[in-house]
Design a protein around this ligand. Structure first.
Ligand SMILES: [Fe+2]
Ligand SMILES: [Fe+2]
Length: 371
């Protein structure tokens, strides 16, 4: 039997399997089956075993996968199944999807690296957990970035073509980013997404990464971290409707072009409102992320208390991200310099939140770096 670069999900919870499959498919092909179906003729690289209604059947699956040298991730509330668990990672059956995804992408990367080594040395690869050094953290970040990037590309393309966007799709992208930040940290995330060739997608992934790190650093609840990172991921969605000649102009915009560009917050918010299903907090962030506390921002010239906290948080992430990204007409600013510039923008920006950003995000970015 041959082996395909694919993931097999064996599950007695079809709904969960379908949600996992949707995220996995951005990285490799994914196939879901019930626990009483046969192992496919073309073997997958990695399998997820989510079988909890019949413990004996779950053990049979783990043994079958082990014999076929397929690394597996078991979602279970039972103790690991003895010796056969050596090539099997286990997580609790109710583990958050972000944790399941991060572990699964780590397994995929480890196994793909083992296969590359095998091709080079023509010796049998070790299964993950059988002497391999484990997934390199940046490889895991790369997998998660690929997954999140596929999702953000689909969201922007749907927005551009007038196709439906669903909160579930935005949630899947957000969960992937939260998993990446929690597993690899903001610095690795920024290094990985810096290689993205689409500046707009890279910016959205970067702002969402900062927001995820900010939310985690402020010890927000998981639900609030999701709300913050999802709003950050979608904040520039309206740019999907801005003419490419303006969006990708390799020099500074004229006054007329700037006026067109400045329509993107309202366009994005209207787009999501028309779709339905997106919460008010997300709509507010999308519409108001260019408002300034002194009333000098756009599109509505809101000031002070009229600008919600979530918007202020994303605005800080957005500006820091923009200043530290490369543009065709200027080099990126070092992080410390960008922050100093932003401190000089107070009272347009929230001074307390800027200090918090420095404490909980910037130190993570600068950790070990000289910038
Ligand atoms: Fe924007
Ligand atoms: Fe932005």
């Amino acid at each position: 039997m041959t082996q395909a670069p694919a993931v097999l999900i064996v599950s007695d919870r079809p709904h969960l399997a379908a949600l996992l499959a949707r995220a996995v498919e951005n990285v490799v092909a994914c196939h879901c089956i019930g626990p009483r179906e046969a192992l496919p003729a073309v073997l997958p690289l990695v399998a997820v075993v989510d079988v909890n209604q019949d413990v004996a059947l779950a053990r049979t699956w783990i043994a079958r996968l082990h014999v076929s040298r397929i690394a597996s991730l078991q979602l279970t509330d039972q103790a690991p199944a003895g010796r056969m668990a050596a090539a099997t990672r286990t997580l609790r059956a109710d583990a958050p999807r972000t944790v399941v995804l991060a572990t699964l992408f780590g397994l995929i990367d480890t196994w793909q690296a083992a296969r590359r080594n095998t091709a080079a040395t023509m010796t049998a690869p070790a299964l993950p957990g059988e002497g391999s050094s484990g997934p390199a953290i940046s490889r895991k970040a790369e997998s998660l970035a690929r997954a999140a990037s596929g999702m953000i590309a689909r969201l922007f393309e749907a927005a551009s073509a007038g196709h439906p966007l669903t909160p579930a799709e935005a949630d899947a992208g957000t969960e992937t980013i939260l998993a990446a930040i929690s597993d690899c940290g903001i610095r690795t995330w920024l290094e990985v997404i810096e290689r993205h060739d689409q500046q707009l997608y890279q910016h959205s992934l970067s702002v969402a990464g900062y927001a995820a790190a900010f939310g985690a650093g402020l010890r927000l609840t998981h639900a609030d971290q999701m709300r913050l990172a999802r709003a950050a991921l979608l904040h520039d969605l309206g740019k999907a409707k801005i003419p490419l000649a303006i969006l990708n102009k390799p020099s500074r915009l004229s006054a007329a072009e700037l006026a067109v560009m400045r329509t993107h917050p309202a366009i994005g918010a209207d787009l999501l409102k028309d779709q339905g299903g997106f919460d008010t907090a997300t709509l507010e962030v999308v519409r108001h992320h260019h408002e300034m506390l002194d009333g000098s921002g756009y599109p509505d010239g809101l000031a002070g208390a009229a600008i919600p906290d979530l918007v202020r948080l994303v605005t800080i992430c957005d500006i820091h991200s923009a200043l530290t990204e490369r543009r065709p007409y200027r080099d990126p600013l070092p992080h410390r310099e960008a922050h100093t510039l932003m401190q000089a923008m107070v009272p347009k920006l929230d001074a307390d939140l800027l200090r918090a950003f420095e404490r909980v995000v910037l130190h993570g970015v600068l950790d070990g770096a000289t910038a």
